[in-house]
Design a protein around this ligand. Structure first.
Ligand code: MV4
Length: 444
């Protein structure tokens, strides 16, 4: 087992990892930028090393500085959290070169899933359902038009280096193909330095449902129920829940088996997530694999009563997992509290939190790094807290979440709380009738 883990991250996830390390008897090292000197992850770690100025490029993305911090503190593992370096294959490789275990999959695995065409081809070969589309890269407009006609419009152009919606364009008819092709290529090239594009049938009004999985170094694999992440805005998730109101036991079984196949076929080693698009007929298709712990892992932790960070650390230490699948034992939902003004197009609203009262009580979990007197810096992601509630039914969860939101008081900055309060009262949401398009027509 690890003796000392360096957490190459900040905010609530750094704190989340520190908590499990403490419970496992593992020492912790925080790294921080000068903007995060007063952050809780710095205060709660056994040691802390300043790695640079506020800009992420010079601190949380600065590989030489992070490795220097790991060396001087004698860390034997590095946990990347989510975002920043979590899916950077080069970083995983550098860790291996230093003889420090990257707590996640191998660099090869990150690279394999990071290229979306390679990921899709690999999954198709493994027998996981994929969205009908081009077999790989499209070389030019003529080929793109031919393939789109074969698939049938509408189609969607996607960047192979993408994910998260960048370089993505929906094309409804052939005469719009060229313009969309040009803008998708241009956007992908600028964002990823790779303008490779592929084409898929456009699935209208899908649900985004993902399966939590784990695999170990010995070929043991398990799936751990689904999360419905359809409530999102501009590719930013706002609410996640498990089990999905759209998934019945039969669909859960089929999706779980597909996720198991996906993990097994690549000998994946760590916790991860298989993202699926699910259409109204309950057809599901592989979309992407996330080779990291995600923000919303907490929802799964609550419904299966299991510590996913502990499992991730054990797998990295070479301890076998049970290989038994997990099924939901309760209902759970997470609301992301962001320092944003929901009445002003969710514009970031950093600044000083003068007063804070977090939600408490039965079935309520709050993961946060902020406190009264803390200043939310403008340099990073605007998420300041996650409220996760658990109850026996979905209706109880929504009622409990409403209660928790009411007693969550943040003074000094605007937050997404008013958005969540309104959402919890929405009849369609309460009925479980929503797709990824839900928030496009939601009025605050
Ligand atoms: C799609 C799609 C419809 N059809 N692919 C968005 C992010 C990227 N990971 C893939 N995305 C989508 N791919 C096909 N063939 C719709 C989306 C999509 C979406 C997916 C999940 C959650 C929210 C979304 C919002 C808009 C579009």
């Amino acid at each position: 087992m690890f003796k000392k883990i360096l957490i190459a991250n900040r905010g609530e996830i750094a704190l989340r990892v520190i908590r499990t390390c403490k419970e496992m008897g593992i020492k912790t090292v925080a790294v921080y930028s000068t903007a995060d000197k007063e952050s809780l992850h710095v205060k709660f770690a056994d040691e802390a090393v300043c790695i640079g100025p506020p800009a992420s490029k010079q601190s949380y993305l600065n590989i030489p500085q992070i490795m220097a911090a790991a060396e001087i503190t004698n860390a034997d593992g590095i946990h990347p959290g989510y975002g920043f370096l979590a899916e950077n294959a080069n970083f995983a490789e550098v860790c291996a070169d230093y003889g420090i275990k990257f707590i996640g999959p191998t660099a090869e695995m990150i690279r394999l899933m990071g290229d979306k065409i390679t990921a899709k081809t690999t999954m198709k070969k493994a027998g996981v359902p994929v969205i009908p589309g081009s077999d790989g890269l499209i070389v030019d407009i003529a080929e793109g038009k031919t393939i789109s006609k074969e698939i049938g419009y509408p189609v969607i152009l996607k960047a192979t280096a993408g994910g998260g919606g960048k370089g993505m364009r929906v094309v409804w008819k052939e005469e719009d193909f060229e313009n969309n092709w040009n803008s998708a290529r241009q956007e992908a090239g600028a964002a990823f330095g790779n303008d490779g594009i592929y084409i898929e049938k456009f699935i209208e009004e899908p649900r985004h449902i993902e399966i939590q999985v784990a695999g170990d170094q010995f070929g043991n694999v398990c799936h751990m129920s689904e999360r419905d992440c359809s409530i999102q805005r501009r590719h930013q998730k706002l609410v996640e829940e498990s089990p999905s109101p759209f998934v019945d036991p039969e669909l859960r079984q089929r999706m779980g088996e597909a996720a198991r196949k996906a993990v097994q076929s690549i000998n994946y080693e760590s916790v991860g997530t298989i993202e699926f698009l699910v259409d109204k007929y309950k057809n599901f298709y592989f979309m992407e694999m996330n080779t990291r712990i995600q923000v919303e892992h907490t929802v799964t932790e609550e419904v299966i009563d299991f510590d996913l960070i502990k499992e991730q650390i054990k797998i990295a230490a070479g301890i076998p997992i049970s290989g038994k699948d997990h099924y939901p034992k309760a209902y759970a939902m997470e609301c992301r509290i962001n320092a944003e003004d929901p009445y002003k197009d969710f514009r970031p609203n950093p600044g000083k939190i003068t007063e804070l009262h977090t939600a408490k009580g039965h079935g309520v979990r709050v993961d946060t790094h902020v406190y009264a007197g803390y200043t939310v810096p403008p340099y990073y992601d605007s998420m300041i807290a996650k409220i996760i509630v658990r109850a026996a039914t979905r209706e109880d969860v929504i009622n409990k979440m409403s209660r928790a939101l009411d007693e969550f008081i943040v003074v000094g900055i605007k937050t997404t709380i008013p958005f969540h309060v309104k959402l919890m009262k929405d009849e369609q949401f309460r009925a479980g009738n929503f797709t990824t398009k839900f928030l496009e027509s939601f009025e605050l």
